[in-house]
Design a protein around this ligand. Structure first.
Ligand SMILES: Nc1nc2c(ncn2[C@@H]2O[C@H](COP(=O)(O)OP(=O)(O)OP(=O)(O)O)[C@@H](O)[C@H]2O)c(=O)[nH]1
Ligand SMILES: [Mg+2]
Length: 360
């Protein structure tokens, strides 16, 4: 009975047994090969186009994979899906932790599906590897939406580089559009660089805010307010309504200080309660007004083209950078040169020249 405490825990594992020893190596090889060889684009593409969610999920997993073979398959799938991409609207939603993004997306997403729309929710959370990600757990917070037949909630891809995570999200957008989704929501936490990346891949950018706290307190940078097409003051309910109304006036005044947007759209400030489902439809109506205006004046299409150009350059930059820094020869020499700089034996420019020449 000495071991009672030990064996009583469900988390304890039996020590000293390695299951792989008993496994047939041929079987392992077979499973590994199967895993690597499937799924094939020929199977996945028609399934995605039919709106098959498991197929869409598998394709996104391929997009997110670091395995070069998977990436090759993913590229083929994306190429085939591009031609079938649905006419969608891409909405970016940002705001500090706790502002109510998940609650908002749950309410907003369900409202849209009630209107007969198909809604996909993707997330950019580059910090997720460190913090385990606040967005990663969102599938549980968006409980109803995740179960909704006409919605698809995909947790944030993991990754340390924002560029990498952003590329995966952009490719996932295309796959969701091929899957027939009308509204693609990209969620991000409004405290870092990720909202700039999100702004560069959406048609409409919504900033959620709280009443009664200054921008500094909310950790929102000035640049983010400038990017917003609308600010929604959330939690405008209960005792908070009066303050929320004051905040609305204040934000409206602040927005008028910014130069006019290239879209010709004057950003709006609204009030909502994601929790009580109030002011949510008004935000959709606002987005519809925005779409009407920007499609009529040509900005909608022009902006998407500009975004594509930007992502072409961004992808090349990311690839060149990672190729360079992952070359063993460079890695070794970089260490040497960093040390030499520390010892005052070289200058950054001489060292950079040397390293760049090494590559070519
Ligand atoms: N009173 C009120 N509470 C709300 C409202 N929206 C969200 N909340 C509450 O605020 C808390 C945070 O909401 P979340 O939706 O998790 O916020 P979030 O922005 O997704 O937070 P992170 O995922 O941590 O970035 C929860 O306890 C919600 O119930 C609202 O409209 N009114
Ligand atoms: Mg959240």
């Amino acid at each position: 009975m000495k071991n009672k405490a030990k064996s009583g825990s469900a988390l304890k594992e039996t020590e000293g047994i390695s299951s792989t020893d008993n496994a047939n190596p041929n079987a392992i090889k077979h499973v590994k090969e199967r895993r690597q060889s499937e799924p094939l684009p020929d199977d996945l593409v028609p399934a995605i186009l039919k709106g098959d969610i498991p197929a869409l999920s598998r394709a996104i997993t391929l997009v997110e994979s670091a395995n070069p073979k998977h990436q090759e398959t993913a590229n083929t799938i994306i190429k085939h899906c591009l031609a079938h991409a649905n006419q969608s609207v891409r909405i970016g939603i940002t705001g500090v932790p706790g502002v109510g993004k998940s609650t908002f997306i749950e309410t907003f997403g369900n409202a849209l599906t009630t209107m007969g729309k198909k809604v996909a929710v993707l997330a950019i959370d580059p910090s997720s590897t460190v913090t385990k990600g606040s967005i990663l757990g969102d599938k549980t917070r968006m409980e109803h939406l995740a179960k909704n037949q006409n919605a698809y909630v995909r947790p944030s891809p993991s990754g340390t580089s924002l560029g990498g995570v952003a590329r995966k999200t952009r490719e996932s957008i295309i796959l969701c559009e091929a899957g027939g989704f009308d509204v693609i929501i990209i969620e991000t936490v409004g405290v870092g660089q990720s909202e700039t990346a999100v702004h560069g891949m959406v048609d409409f950018f919504l900033l959620l805010k709280l009443a009664g706290a200054g921008d500094e307190l909310q950790g929102i940078k000035r640049g983010i307010v400038e990017m917003a097409d609308a600010i929604a003051v959330n939690k405008a309910d209960g005792d908070n309504i009066k303050q929320a109304k004051l905040a609305q006036v204040e934000f409206n005044r602040a927005l008028h200080l910014y130069p006019k947007k290239a879209s010709g759209w004057q950003p709006k400030v609204t009030l909502c309660s994601a929790l009580n489902n109030e002011g949510i439809l008004e935000i959709w109506e606002l987005i519809e007004d925005y779409l009407k205006l920007t499609k009529a004046n040509g900005y909608f299409g022009a902006n998407r083209k500009e975004q594509n150009k930007f992502w072409l350059l961004q992808t090349i930059e990311d690839r060149l950078k990672s190729n360079f820094f992952n070359t063993p020869k460079i890695k070794k020499e970089l260490d040497i040169q960093l040390k030499r700089i520390e010892e005052g034996k070289t200058t950054p420019f001489v060292a950079a020249e040397l390293l760049l020449k090494l590559k070519t």
